[in-house]
Design a protein around this ligand. Structure first.
Ligand code: OAD
Ligand code: ZN
Length: 275
């Protein structure tokens, strides 16, 4: 199953480290049914990031093909709200519960780490379950039911610009604090990462002695800097990914397999080394 290092070696590195953090990307949620971004069946193949991955691009897409923007929005919401954590997320939550890892830094917006029971989750690209006031920055949680209803209304929206605007107007909410309009608290290309969350993530990368890097291509900065920061500060990088990535070169151990195969096996092995 594993090559480029064994689960036993990874377990001993983790057992010997004092402060361990986990850094995850879309690959950890692949086995829950959420497609990754890159690759032939990735999200960006169907919805190119030049149009759908940034706000000016989305504005242009809205003018040119509003129906496709509508599909992008409801498909993304529906896919996420209908998924459940997989054994990979569960193993990470268990690692935190028993005191092996101190936090999870995730690039994912799907909330699946929290759903699995992880408590200290640093969502550096935001979350679909949070809205943010455009004016004062106040964040508020939105629940699954609200998102399901939003997806349902978007699915039913007419594919014209007018139809989509009407639906979006119906879904828009105002900030309880200042009356400003809210937007989903997710990061698009060209936008800043949430500074409060990213600074804690950066601290975690600086002080960890081992970093478990799971299911990320490591291509999107500044998030992809975090494993580099950890590596430069002598942390052992353990990569879990069925494929090679640019971060593989940093890894002391590369576990080639899927998150839901490798992480439960790794947890078992760490437990046998530690206890
Ligand atoms: P990518 O789609 O770039 O990479 C997914 C990674 O997961 C690849 O390296 C796959 O080999 C790996 N993978 C696939 N299936 C897996 C599995 N079952 N178990 C473990 N690994 C698996 O996704 P990210 O690296 O998360 O940002 O992408 C980073 C950022 O780019 C995203 O947060 C998003 C995107 O554009 C923004 O939109 C700002
Ligand atoms: Zn406000």
């Amino acid at each position: 199953m594993a090559s480029g290092g064994s689960i036993r070696t990874a377990a001993s590195l983790i057992a010997g480290a004092k402060h361990i953090v986990c850094f995850t990307g879309a690959g950890i949620s692949a086995e829950s049914g959420i497609p990754t971004f890159r690759g032939t069946s990735g999200i960006w193949e169907k919805y190119p990031p030049s149009l759908f991955g940034n706000i000016p691009g989305l504005a242009l897409a809205f003018l040119l093909f509003p129906g496709k923007v509508r599909n992008f929005a409801f498909e993304a919401i529906e896919t996420i709200v209908n998924t459940k954590p997989n054994p990979g997320h569960e193993a990470i939550a268990e690692m935190e519960k028993v005191g092996i890892i101190s936090s999870v830094i995730t690039q994912n917006i799907d909330g699946l780490h929290e759903a699995a029971g992880s408590k200290k989750v640093l969502s550096v690209h935001g979350s679909i379950y949070v809205f943010r006031c455009r004016r004062c920055g106040e964040r508020t949680d939105v629940d699954k039911e609200w998102l399901r209803e939003a997806a349902r209304r978007l699915r039913l929206a007419r594919s014209s610009r007018f139809g989509l605007i009407q639906t979006l107007k119906g879904l828009s909410t105002k900030c309880e604090k200042c009356g400003g309009l809210k937007r989903p608290d997710v990061v698009f290309f060209g936008e800043s990462l949430p500074a409060d969350v990213f600074s804690v993530a950066y601290e975690e990368a600086l002080k960890c002695n081992a970093m478990l890097v799971v299911g990320t291509s490591g291509l999107v900065y500044p998030a992809a800097n975090l494993p580099l920061v950890a590596y430069k500060h002598q942390a052992a990088i353990i990569e879990v990914n069925p494929e090679n990535s640019p971060l593989s070169a940093l890894a002391a151990v590369r576990l080639r397999g899927t998150a839901s195969e490798i992480l439960p096996a790794l947890l078992k092995e760490i437990s046998s080394v530690l206890w």
